[in-house]
Design a protein around this ligand. Structure first.
Ligand code: GDP
Ligand code: CA
Length: 314
C-alpha cells in the first residue's frame, strides 16, 4: 500500500469527509479520488457536477461547513432573480457557485473533457490531490418510483426523496475516465468512502468493466458504512435501502458490498452487528465513523489506511 496509491471512490458530502481525511495523510501521488457524476445535470444551460463540486470545495477548504455542500458564505441572489422570471429554480445555485458552473460549461463547450475541466478547476482552487470524474461521458441516474421514472435531481432536490423507489437505473455506458482506469490498474488499495451505495457508489460500479475489475482486484478493499445505528446521517440512504429490500443496517450495507469488498468499517454503535456483517463474507471492523471535525476525518482515514496496510500484508 505504501508504494502503490490508494483509490478512493466517493459521492458528495459523506464521501468528501473521508476524502479530506485521506488527503491530510497521503500525498497527491498516493491518492486518487474518483467521484460519482451520475448526479450531473444541466440547469439554465450550465453543467452542474454536484459531487465533484462538493469534493473540490471540501478539499480546498471553501465548502459550507453547515450544509457540507456549496460554498461558505455564498448567497442566492441570481437564483432568486431566476424565480422572479418565473423559472422553476428549485435547484439552489449559489452566486459564487455559479461561477464554477459557468467556467466548467465554458471549457466543456470549448472541447475540454470533464476530467480536464475538473483538473483545471482543482488547480485554480489549490486542490493538489487528483479529483477525477468517474467518466468523461454522461451517465444519468434515474430513480424509478411510484411517481414514475425520475431524473436524480428531480427525485433528490425537487421532490426531497419523498417518492417510494423500487429501482435505480443508470442511463449511459461511457467508459471510465482515463485517470480512473489508470488508478484501477495501479492501486494498492480501494476505499469506498461512506457515500450512499445506491446513488453514489453504484453509478461508479455501473461503468463498463469497473465492477469486474474491482471484483478481481488483489489488494485490500475497504468500505466505511454510511449507515450508523440503522440510520443515514443525512439523505435518503436508509429510506432507499428499505424500499429496495435491504436490511436497513450496516449488515445490509455488507450484503450490498458482497464480492467487491473485504472489510467493512462500521460504527461503534453497531458493534452488535459484527456477526451479521461477517455472514456476508466481509471482515467487520469497529471504529468511530461519525465525522464532525477535521480531526474525526483524519482519524477515520488513518484507521482505514492501517486496515489497508494490514490487508496488503496478508
Ligand atoms: P451526497 O452525494 O452528497 O448525497 O453524499 P454521499 O453519497 O457521498 O454521502 C451520503 C451518505 O453519507 C449518507 O448516507 C450519510 O449517512 C453518509 N454520511 C455523511 N456523513 C457521514 C459521517 O460522518 N460518517 C459516516 N459513516 N457516514 C456519513
Ligand atoms: Ca450526490
Amino acid at each position: 500500500m505504501k508504494s502503490r496509491p490508494v483509490l478512493a471512490l466517493a459521492g458528495g458530502v459523506g464521501g468528501a469527509k473521508l476524502a479530506l481525511g485521506l488527503s491530510r495523510i497521503l500525498s497527491p501521488q498516493q491518492l486518487t479520488i474518483v467521484v460519482n457524476t451520475g448526479d450531473d445535470e444541466t440547469f439554465h444551460g450550465l453543467h452542474v457536477s454536484p459531487d465533484l463540486d462538493t469534493v473540490m470545495y471540501t478539499l480546498s477548504g471553501l465548502a459550507n461547513p453547515e450544509t457540507g455542500w456549496g460554498l461558505a458564505g455564498d448567497a442566492f441572489a441570481a437564483n432568486s432573480m431566476l424565480k422572479r422570471y418565473g423559472v422553476p429554480a428549485w435547484f439552489n445555485l449559489g452566486d459564487k457557485d455559479i461561477g464554477t458552473h459557468l467556467r466548467r460549461t465554458e471549457l466543456l463547450n470549448a472541447g475540454w473533457t470533464l476530467s480536464q475541466v475538473t483538473a483545471e478547476l482543482c488547480f485554480r482552487l489549490g486542490v493538489r490531490h487528483p479529483v477525477v470524474p468517474m467518466s468523461d461521458g454522461r451517465v444519468a441516474t434515474m430513480v424509478n418510483t411510484d411517481q414514475g421514472s425520475l431524473p436524480f435531481q428531480d427525485y433528490f432536490v425537487r421532490l426531497r426523496c419523498e417518492p417510494v423507489a423500487h429501482d435505480i437505473e443508470f442511463r449511459g455506458t461511457p467508459p471510465p475516465s482515463p485517470a480512473f482506469v489508470e488508478a484501477l490498474e495501479g492501486a494498492g488499495a480501494i476505499i469506498y468512502c461512506p457515500s450512499n451505495p445506491f446513488l453514489s457508489i453504484a453509478p461508479i460500479l455501473s461503468l463498463p468493466g469497473v465492477r469486474e475489475r474491482i471484483a478481481s482486484f488483489r489488494g485490500p478493499r475497504i468500505a466505511v458504512s454510511p449507515i450508523v445505528g440503522g440510520q443515514a446521517l443525512r439523505g435518503p440512504a436508509a429510506k432507499l435501502m428499505g424500499e429496495l429490500g435491504f436490511d436497513v443496517s450496516c449488515a445490509g450495507v455488507a450484503s450490498w458490498y458482497r464480492g467487491i469488498c473485504d472489510t467493512l468499517v462500521m460504527d461503534r454503535a453497531d458493534e452488535g452487528k459484527k456477526d451479521a456483517v461477517a455472514a456476508f463474507g466481509l471482515r467487520p471492523e469497529v471504529a468511530g465513523t461519525v465525522m464532525v471535525t477535521d480531526d474525526d476525518k483524519t482519524a477515520l482515514a488513518r484507521c482505514v489506511l492501517e486496515l489497508a496496510d494490514e490487508g496488503a500484508g496478508t
